[in-house]
Design a binder for this molecule. Structure first.
Ligand code: SF4
Ligand code: SF4
Length: 481
């Protein structure tokens, strides 16, 4: 009897020690000095426990009554703790309903002209569009003008990494050219290849979904899902104009496509780790370029099948992508306002293709984000512009959520000359996708007590206000760093 119990105890402690060792290795690879020290201590304690078990066995302790009682109590406690932290606890019904579960009242349509990007990137002082827009929205004119005076992201003379930022700005701008090139109408709405012109390849929705999703992953996406498009998330009017196509500005958008294929690409961990310094913007723009590339090819693939398809990427959006991604089952929206995915947290960029090709939609997911974010608040505490709310979710424009202040966030981008990304860097879900972190994310997705435990552990191992990590050598942003 005691031999079996001892074997179970040694196997459990050994397993713990292996997990502790893999966490230690993970922290070393992540270049996290504080977490490395703590995980090293954790591993030594686990190893010590294994050795203690062997020692007690060699001196015959477990053959005594008190030794057997000690073993039984220890195993019962460890088993109960595992059960308590691993069992599936109640789901969040709102999350399982996708964005429909978050709608509380009337949701006004989103006009792309009102986005902080369209106002500050597209409108040119003195132009007809500028006059028309600020007659329509006078409340934004003074603050937008003041922002333009200071210079936008990447152009600010006081940017955080000056005077050593030029190589990284050069790398960032190199990626931007791809989405710009792919924002020409024949690229985002590709015609069918001549070999397929006028033909339609008949596929049932299940088979079409398998092919389209497989293709998307095959050309570089890390996650993909399908949703029926809720018209609430389609922009009412075009607000961003590229390639001097000014006739498009203010055009009413009418999307006839029923489905969206939404995908995410993982951003480089070591670049995001430097946020808010310039390497993080290399990652953002690199992923936008990758997203434009994937969306354009996917749209061309669907067009060749004989259906209409439109690529949505950095330089051409018909819809808001985060709500579509939620409905397509890629994740949930977190406190920081971004999509939180199970495998990479918010450390992703999104792209999509809308289409009339009949597809099978995926189901929204509950991965425990709302519960976790309610306790965590790390992004809100670390945000230098206080743009992320510290309180609970509230109704904002008819939906129940945490509402990011996009105006103050964008102002901070202008101040540092990058797209900041501090909130993304400090988020506990953004850790590298190593085995221990995958295991922790799985537990968080299942169990509410794990959410509390791992919130606390993240603060202990990584700190409540983690500092940026050094950049890889090729992306250094100051002398010696
Ligand atoms: S990007 Fe920076 S400024 Fe914007 S919300 Fe995140 S931490 Fe705050
Ligand atoms: S940092 Fe914390 S509160 Fe913010 S999004 Fe990530 S998990 Fe949620």
């Amino acid at each position: 009897m005691e031999t079996i119990l001892l074997f179970i105890a040694a196997a459990g402690a050994g397993m713990q020690a292996i997990i502790g060792l893999s966490f230690f290795i993970s922290c070393v690879c992540e270049k996290e000095p504080r977490a490395t020290v703590y995980s090293g201590i954790q591993f030594l304690l686990m190893l010590g426990l294994v050795m203690l078990l062997f020692y007690l066995n060699t001196i015959g302790f477990f053959e005594t009554n008190s030794g057997l009682t000690f073993l039984i109590i220890g195993l019962a406690l460890a088993g109960s703790l595992c059960f308590f932290l691993m069992r599936k606890t109640e789901s969040n019904p709102r999350a399982l309903d996708g964005t429909k579960g978050l709608i509380l009242g009337e949701v006004p349509p989103t006009d792309e002209r009102d986005t902080v990007f369209a106002r500050n990137r597209t409108l040119r002082p003195g132009s007809e569009e500028y006059k028309t827009y600020y007659e329509m929205r006078p409340e934004f004119e003074n603050s937008d003008a003041a922002r333009r005076e200071k210079g936008g992201p990447l152009g600010h003379p006081g940017a955080i990494d000056r005077p050593h930022d030029r190589p990284n700005v050069a790398a960032t701008l190199a990626s931007l050219s791809i989405p710009l090139h792919l924002s020409q109408p024949e690229k985002f709405n590709p015609p069918a290849h001549p070999a397929f012109k006028g033909q339609r390849v008949e596929l049932n929705p299940g088979s079409a979904s398998t092919r389209v999703k497989g293709y998307t992953l095959g050309i570089g996406a890390n996650l993909v899902g399908i949703c029926e498009i809720n018209p609430l998330w389609v922009y009412s009017h075009r607000g961003e104009v590229f390639n001097e196509n000014w006739d498009d500005w203010g055009r009413k958008l009418e999307l006839t496509h029923k489905y969206a294929v939404v995908f995410a690409t993982e951003m480089a961990f070591e670049l995001v780790g430097t946020a808010p310094h310039t390497p993080t913007t290399i990652a953002s723009m690199g992923n936008y370029a990758q997203g434009a590339f994937i969306a354009t090819q996917l749209a061309a693939f669907i067009s060749n099948l004989g259906y209409s398809a439109t690529a949505n990427h950095l330089r051409h959006y018909d819809t808001l992508l985060v709500p579509l991604a939620v409905d397509a089952g890629l994740g949930e929206t977190g406190r920081l306002g971004y999509l939180m995915t199970k495998d990479y947290g918010p450390r992703v960029r999104l792209g999509a293709v809308t289409t009339d090709l009949p597809l099978v939609p995926d189901k929204p997911v509950d991965i425990g984000v709302v519960d976790f974010c309610r306790i965590c608040k790390k992004c809100a505490h670390c945000c230098p512009s206080s743009s992320i709310p510290l309180g609970d979710q509230e109704e904002a424009n008819g939906t129940f959520r945490w509402k990011l202040n996009a105006e103050t966030c964008f102002d901070y981008w202008g101040k540092v000359g990058t797209d900041c990304n501090i909130c993304m860097r400090v988020c506990p879900w953004s850790h590298a996708s190593t085995l221990p972190h995958q295991l922790i994310r799985s537990l968080i997705a299942r169990n509410r007590y794990s959410r509390q435990l791992f919130n606390l552990m993240d603060d202990i191992f990584y700190g409540t206000k983690p500092k940026p990590k050094p950049a890889p050598e090729w992306a250094r942003y100051k002398n010696g760093d």
